[in-house]
Design a protein around this ligand. Structure first.
Ligand code: PEP
Length: 251
């Protein structure tokens, strides 16, 4: 059975006090059993506190990014070893904001993926088309090239450490969501692509999350689609009640 996952990407929000308060709220309000694994991704500077707060719980703490090099003269960057030393074992790579504002290419992401996997991190690999790609009908090609160039070089064994997050850029932070049918159509395309390019077993076992303006009122319908295994949540992950309502959308 594929893992169901709901991950909150907190982006550049929440100082240390807000981080701790939000985690306290999540822990207080979270039901003991949830059908989805819960992941939260605070900013780098708050990871240590987040790991301490969630110690002994089933909430997983992820980083939002990392550098591809092991160490060195890369001012302002954070390495895989630094994350591991904080007991952060999951990293989001390839978020559309990293691609758009920080020039992260498929080629660069392939290196980051290799570094993360070689240190046994779980990678939440994000990709998705811009509005112009969808309007021109190029969205399947675009997604295929992001996956082929950024990810498909990994070994079959490493796929067990990969979670995919399909995030159409036009739906991120815009309030506009892909319809459940659009999400399902793309997720089925991705699974089929993986089945052909990697193996049917990998395709069946990899979790594919949907991201893009998921809210409490649309989560259940999107998550109800057979190839949608959960969500990557931005804005709505900053409110404990909304985030936990979304988690409840996993049947
Ligand atoms: C995201 O940034 O990954 C995201 C899905 O954001 P939002 O939920 O705010 O659209």
């Amino acid at each position: 059975m594929r893992k169901k996952i709901v991950a909150g990407n907190w982006k550049m929000n929440n100082d240390i006090n807000q981080t701790e308060t939000l985690i306290d709220e999540l822990l207080a309000k979270k039901p003991e059993h949830t059908n989805a694994k819960i992941v939260i991704a605070p900013s780098f500077v708050n990871l240590q506190a987040a790991v301490a707060k969630t110690h002994g719980t089933d909430i997983i703490v992820a980083a939002q990014n990392m550098h591809q090099a092991e160490s060195g003269a890369y001012t302002g960057e954070v390495s895989v070893g630094m994350l591991k030393s904080l007991k952060v074992n999951t990293v989001i790579l390839g978020h559309s904001e990293r691609r758009a504002y920080f020039g992260e290419t498929n080629e660069l992401l392939a290196k980051k993926v290799d570094t993360a996997l070689s240190h046994n991190l779980t990678v939440i690999f994000c990709f998705g088309e811009e509005l112009a790609d969808r309007q021109s009908g190029n969205h399947f090609n675009l997604v295929e090239s992001q996956l082929r160039e950024g990810l498909f070089h990994i070994s079959e064994a490493n796929w067990s450490s990969v979670v995919l997050a399909y995030e159409p850029v036009w739906a991120i932070g815009t309030g506009e969501t892909a319809s459940p049918e659009q999400a399902q159509e793309m997720h089925a395309f991705i699974r089929n692509l993986i089945s052909e390019a990697v193996s049917p077993a990998v395709a069946q076992n990899v979790s594919i999350l949907y991201g893009g303006s998921v809210k409490p009122d649309n989560a259940a319908e999107i998550f109800g689609k057979p190839d949608v295994d959960g969500g990557l949540i931005g804005g709505a992950a900053l409110k404990a009640n909304d985030f936990l309502e979304i988690v409840k959308g996993i049947a």
